[in-house]
Design a binder for this molecule. Structure first.
Ligand SMILES: [Zn+2]
Length: 409
């Protein structure tokens, strides 16, 4: 059986400056909007299911006689139908279009990423050339991708275009597994071989302190002006500034960490195991859940996971989410309940297992993954659990990694 290779889709959104007069482009956008409205009006009362074939029969020649090209016509009725479908399924009213926006098929535009010029084929044989306003770095990665649809919009006297790109990714066949345990103050990562050997441990600090500082500032301001903070401009601005710092710090961190983990995973040809955050949220008794909610909020962990997943998929690596229930409280060797041995170290009274809290969590995540994937011939033996101090020394000497000043403890 041939497995279909995964397809990556990304959108490049940017401003566009028309070369010369933009009259024809505006005319096209108005005509397009009116045509979509016309189709919406006509199919709103029809309750039978409308296939593309039927839509084509109903509207194609009318649209073409309005001056549209063949693929414009298709885009118009398909878009109109999607508007009607979503309005009906939400129990809403008939859509009335106000904005100027058009979806354009790949046959009706030409994109030159070297000169950053976009040529649109308009109605009645007209063309519009637009210069794309985007840093070169932003488009560099899309060379070699294939572009398909695009959307052009006119909003507050500015033209915007969004171009959709896609490419297939070669899947990496996993040889090892990386388990990632997200914590309030650190991210612990362990690389396991498929037969349970622990190859590598790493621990990354999170910027939680910096984020908390800004959060505390926001709360302080809100407390000081409990009634007015929403309405007084200066106060609101101060809050927004702290909010923006939080956003920047967390995205910056998530991007760097996502990239770093994905590069490591590629080097080890790993599947990546993440905790299923949805399951954490639902599991109220979970200590981690309480810690998350009280201090930082799950959004920060979601952001990190988003970046890890994104970077991993871009490299063709598998990402698996595992229910983290019990991963920080059960003995990975015998399944008994773990108790605190000393700060950040857990032990099992039954079998004598002793391990660093976060490393133990990664072992448990790995074991859950293995039992879920035992069909791959992976044996279910407990990995060689590292001693607490052994684990830590293993985590300090990561001299080969960039960013260690920022991330590694
Ligand atoms: Zn045990």
């Amino acid at each position: 059986m041939r497995v279909r290779e995964p397809v990556l889709v990304e959108t490049l959104k940017m401003r566009a400056l028309p070369e010369g007069s933009h009259d024809k482009l505006l005319e096209f956008l108005r005509l397009y909007r009116d045509a979509v409205q016309l189709v919406v009006d006509r199919i709103w009362g029809i309750n039978e299911k409308l296939s593309k074939k039927k839509l084509h029969k109903l509207f194609y020649s009318d649209l073409v006689s309005m001056g549209f090209r063949a693929h414009h016509a298709k885009e118009v009725y398909v878009y109109a139908k999607s508007l009607v479908d979503s309005a009906k399924s939400n129990g809403g009213r008939k859509p009335i279009l106000k904005r100027l926006s058009a979806r354009i098929d790949k046959y009706d535009y030409k994109l030159d990423l070297d000169s950053m010029v976009l040529t649109l084929k308009l109605h009645n044989g007209y063309e519009a050339r637009l210069k794309l306003v985007v840093p070169r770095k932003g488009v560099e990665k899309f060379k070699g991708w294939s572009n398909y649809e695009m959307v052009v919009k006119y909003d507050k006297e500015v033209f915007w275009v969004s171009i959709y790109f896609k490419r297939t990714v070669k899947t990496v066949k996993p040889r090892t597994v990386i388990a990632i345990d997200l914590n309030f103050d650190n991210v612990t990562l362990a690389v396991f071989t498929l037969d349970g050997g622990l190859v590598r441990l790493k621990r990354f600090k999170t910027p939680h302190r910096k984020i908390l500082t800004h959060k505390i500032w926001i709360e302080r301001i809100q407390k000081k002006y409990p009634k007015s903070w929403r309405f007084v401009k200066g106060v609101r601005k101060a809050i927004e500034r702290h909010g923006e710092r939080i956003r920047n710090i967390s995205w910056d961190y998530a991007h760097k960490l996502g990239d770093l983990i994905a590069e490591l995973a590629l080097r080890y040809r790993s599947s990546i195991i993440l905790e299923d955050l949805e399951k954490i949220r639902k599991n109220k008794e979970n200590k981690k859940s309480r810690e998350f909610n009280k201090r930082l909020g799950l959004w920060f962990y979601r952001r990190i996971q988003f970046c890890v997943e994104y970077e991993a998929r871009e490299r063709g690596l598998e990402v698996v989410k595992i229910n983290p229930r019990g991963t920080s409280s059960k003995c990975p060797r015998c399944g008994d309940k773990l108790v605190e041995y000393e700060r950040r170290v857990l032990s099992c009274k039954k079998c004598g297992f002793i391990g660093d809290r976060d490393v133990t969590a990664t072992i448990n995540l790995y074991r859950k993954y293995v039992s879920k994937h035992s069909r791959c011939g992976v044996s279910g033996v407990a990995p060689n659990a590292p001693k607490p101090d052994e684990a830590l020394s293993g985590m300090q000497g990561n001299r080969d990694d960039a960013m260690k000043t920022h991330l590694v403890i």
